[in-house]
Design a binder for this molecule. Structure first.
Ligand code: PGA
Length: 248
């Protein structure tokens, strides 16, 4: 199993900055046993596809739970696949919070994505108060159960992103991530049986070049979803290279 390293650029970037990033990456070697995915905004998908080296996979940050029709502003999974995307992120905590996305909507998005032939990263993660009241295991288990309804284990990844670690500079400790990844694996095995073994469970939340190598060396951490540190070409290249130190 390769290490999965996904860049989530969120609502950042412009034509000039994407071109500069791609120029810096023209000399980056494809790291062995690492799958690198870049998820820019919808607006920059085609540009990233054209400008980045072919070994870098393309992903989107969201897709519609519907297939097509009168849904102004929405983008379907089929459109993403048509543009050359191989991946889509669904259920990011910022979508759940800012757009009130529910677990069942997230599951529908993942289903549409899989029907369109995309691989899917389903995000889950607790808020700080939920961890402080020891509800974090229960919260993540419930998110998983709801968000994976009708979703196939094939081409599926789960991103554990504790909300308190996103963009704060306070990453979860390896121990905290391992503990939750263990429970996620347990839930996945209950849901999918043996087929769960192929599902990658990756960590997101203030992943930095300095911490990536230790993270990837962990037995239960199959990769990372990287926000802030993926915006800068050198720092994301360093994180991608750290993937070769993943144990698998
Ligand atoms: P961060 O974001 O790396 O900036 O914490 C991660 C994410 O939201 O996917």
């Amino acid at each position: 199993m390769s290490t999965l390293v996904i860049a989530n650029w969120k609502m950042n970037g412009a034509v000039a900055s994407v071109e500069a990033f791609a120029q810096a990456w023209a000399g980056v070697a494809n790291p062995e046993k690492v799958s690198v995915v870049i998820c820019p905004s919808f607006a920059h998908l085609s540009l990233v596809r054209e400008a980045m080296p072919r070994w870098v996979q393309l992903g989107a940050q969201d897709c519609s739970e519907r297939t097509s029709g009168a849904f102004t502003g929405d983008v379907s999974a089929t459109m993403l696949s048509d543009l050359g995307c191989q991946w889509v992120i669904v259920g990011h905590s910022e979508r759940r919070a800012c757009h009130s996305e529910t677990d069942s909507q997230v599951a529908q998005k993942a289903q549409r994505a899989q029907q369109a032939g995309l691989q899917v990263a389903v995000c889950v993660g607790e808020q700080l108060w939920q961890r402080e009241t020891s509800e974090h295991h229960q919260v993540v288990a419930a998110q998983l159960a709801g968000s994976l309804e009708g979703v196939s284990p094939e081409g599926l990844a789960i991103a554990y992103e504790p909300i308190w670690a996103i963009g704060t500079g306070h990453a979860a400790s390896t121990q905290q991530a391992e503990d939750m990844h263990g429970q996620i694996r347990h839930c996945l095995a209950g849901h999918y049986g043996e087929a769960a073994e192929s599902i990658k469970v990756i960590y997101g939340g203030s992943v930095k070049p300095a911490t990536a190598r230790a993270l990837f060396a962990s037995e239960t951490i199959d990769g990372a979803l990287v926000g802030g540190a993926s915006l800068e070409a050198d720092s994301f290249a360093e994180i991608a290279r750290a993937g070769t130190f993943g144990r698998k």
